[in-house]
Design a protein around this ligand. Sequence first.
Ligand SMILES: C[S@@+](CC[C@H](N)C(=O)[O-])C[C@H]1O[C@@H](n2cnc3c(N)ncnc32)[C@H](O)[C@@H]1O
Length: 208
Amino acid sequence: MPNQYINEFLRLKCAPELIEWKLFPNAKEITESIGCYNAVLHYIVEKESELNVPIKLNDPTINLVSVGDGSTPRTAALFAMRSAWHCYSVDPNANGKDYLQIKRLTIIKKKIENCGDTLHFTSPCIIVCVHSHAPLDAVLNKIKSPVIHLIAIPCCVPYNINRPYIGYEDKDIHSPKNEVRVWLNMQEKIGKIDAEITEAEDIASSKE
Ligand SMILES: C[S@@+](CC[C@H](N)C(=O)[O-])C[C@H]1O[C@@H](n2cnc3c(N)ncnc32)[C@H](O)[C@@H]1O
């Protein structure tokens, strides 16, 4: 089994804190969160020239929302520790701890459907859904921002949108559910998205 992401985790300056806070129950979860971080780094942050608004790790105006983050705010905390972004962990099963020691991390113990206008931003937002069970239409309808990029590593809940995406299998993620999908500039699609999700799911099910 490839250990690139475990090695990357062990080299992080923040690794001792992430371990002490017991954010990750096992190595598999570490590889999922680090795999998501690498997807954001390589397909969003490093694609500066292809985006209308550059996304820089040191830009404190950027928001990241991890939907279905788990009982601990794993992926959101990893991004908060490795960037200057405001990071939100949304999960109805969040364990209730506040993790106040992690700067720029907000935990929302709710389903995404029940977030009201909490996740309406005036600056860019990156949405990450790592094995999330939250429905995609709710994710895209509840998060608003002038610039939205979406990364999904789907498991049981389908994440299909009928528009081009960057997709690849990440063998460094220790799970059979290791396909990463990146949709850039989703803000243009909000409002039209329900029809596109339905259409994409119809196409996917007709191929099964
Ligand atoms: C398989 S777990 C994945 C947890 C974590 N991201 C990981 O990879 O270990 C799916 C998560 O989705 C959450 N979830 C289910 N429905 C949701 C919803 N409507 N909004 C937000 N989170 C939801 C569950 O509470 C659960 O923690």
